[in-house]
Design a protein around this ligand. Structure first.
Ligand code: M6P
Length: 431
């Protein structure tokens, strides 16, 4: 065990993290490092379980029971498991992710509380490490989780809508902008492009805050040098309010609502600000009761004797030809990708040579409808050298006259760092 500042998960230390077990109404807070903010279970506890029914906190893992493994952290408490001799414990399993992510409660079994966390800190070679990122989720007063991680851009930012044509303000969400198109200064999460130069208008310093059940707030500040002249002695600051709309709507852009001196206020009406259970399901359907929209993609799931869906593709450098075989919410046998873990839904095969990779599984899949986009996410594919498990994201679009009896077929749209993207026009995505 090294000193705190050499920990591989050091970037997670500054925050108190939370997760929820909705079935048992238990709220967990996580204190991963000595330096992290304390939980309700006192300074010694690393994982604190708060039972919302009995209103009692209980430590289910103490500091510093750390293992040096690069993918699992185990915490043991002093309490013995009722009816057994082992201790009450917690275990966090880390996977490489492209953002900081959030811990997710998985299950409790034999007094062990299991969590999973997809985060860039678990990737190899700092592959997705940003200049700075802050936690991008919040729990509201009803204990519902709101998660803005899907809005985080890995390159560039969002242009803020504004009536002023002379300057352009770009923002990223929870994370500093990694410039490619924009020339934003390193470390900026908000940056102003003017005829006099490009300025850092704020860094991500504080985590996303809940304001109410349908509003979240994010503030960028901390810039004292190289300010635009018009700031005078004020330091720039940008605050963004995310608003969950009261009914389903299409995507809209972040909008400037006020700017005085060096302070910018932005509003963004986006369904990503709504609680997650409203947007997502882990099955193949969304229902009007829960999601205010009815979708059933099981009509696309292949039967045993049906011709598999496939898409031809070229690698990013144009050198290799691939064929992807896919199923929707079910296993794909075509392509020959199957392995012991099972649940393969996407099989990547190379036309020349015997290369087959599972590019996503329907186990732990997510179906999401947000801001007018219907997306199916298959995680858990075969790992790339960065440590990232191949993942497939299918964007379904309504097309009433799609071929193949209305089912349509997938079209490969690209790969970025072992995430594979497809568009799929189908009558079954029509609302
Ligand atoms: C294979 C394919 C590509 C992928 C690459 C990653 O060639 O699956 O889609 O990008 O592997 O290679 P590495 O693990 O070396 O990063």
């Amino acid at each position: 065990v090294g000193s705190n500042d050499s920990l591989w998960y050091q970037d997670l230390c500054s925050y108190k993290w939370e997760a929820i077990d909705e079935d048992n109404k238990v709220r967990y807070s996580l204190k991963l490092c000595d330096s992290s903010p304390e939980t309700a279970c006192g300074p010694k506890s690393a994982i604190c379980a708060y039972n919302q029914t009995s209103k009692t906190p209980q430590s289910v893992g103490d500091l510093p029971q750390q293992t040096d493994s690069l993918s699992v952290l185990d915490f043991s408490s002093s309490e013995t498991c009722p009816g057994g001799s082992s201790h009450v414990q917690s275990s966090i399993s880390f996977q490489c992710g492209k953002t900081m992510g959030t811990p997710e409660f998985v299950t409790v079994s034999k007094c062990v509380h299991y969590f999973e966390w997809r985060t860039y800190v678990a990737c190899k070679k700092n592959k997705f490490k940003p200049h700075k990122e802050v936690p991008c989720y919040a729990f509201d007063e009803d204990g519902k989780k709101h998660d803005l991680n899907p809005l985080i851009k890995l390159n560039d930012g969002y242009l803020v809508e504004d009536s002023d044509d002379e300057v352009e303000l770009y923002i990223n969400i929870c994370r500093s902008i990694s410039p490619s198109e924009t020339k934003c200064p390193e470390g900026s999460a908000a940056c102003l492009v003017t005829s006099k130069g490009v300025f850092n208008m704020g860094r991500p310093t504080k985590q996303l805050q809940p304001l109410s059940a349908d509003r979240l707030s994010l503030t960028y500040d901390g810039v004292a040098d190289n300010k635009p002249d018009f700031c005078g002695e004020h330091d720039p600051a940008v605050s963004i309010t995310f608003i969950c709309p009261s009914r389903r709507q299409q995507a809209s852009s972040p909008r400037m609502t006020a700017k005085t001196g060096c302070r910018y206020e932005i509003e963004w009406v986006t369904e990503y600000a709504c609680h997650r259970d409203y947007l997502e399901s882990h099955s193949c359907t969304l229902t009007s009761e829960q999601h205010d929209i009815a979708i059933d993609l099981t009509h696309l799931t292949l039967g045993d004797s049906e011709t598999p869906y496939y898409a031809d593709a070229k690698s990013s450098d144009g050198k290799d030809n691939y064929v992807y075989y896919l199923n929707v919410c079910g296993v794909i046998l075509a392509g020959g990708c199957s392995d012991l873990e099972g649940y393969a839904s996407v099989c990547q095969t190379k036309v020349q040579g015997d290369v087959k990779k599972i590019a996503g599984r329907y186990k732990n899949q997510t179906l999401r409808y947000s801001d007018g986009d219907l997306t199916l996410i298959y995680p858990g594919g075969i790992t790339c050298s960065s440590g990232f498990q191949r993942m497939t994201i299918i964007n379904f679009e309504c097309n009433k006259t799609a071929g193949n009896d209305g089912k349509g077929s997938p079209v490969f749209t690209g790969e970025t760092d072992c995430t594979y993207y497809f568009d799929w026009q189908t009558a079954y995505a029509c609302i």
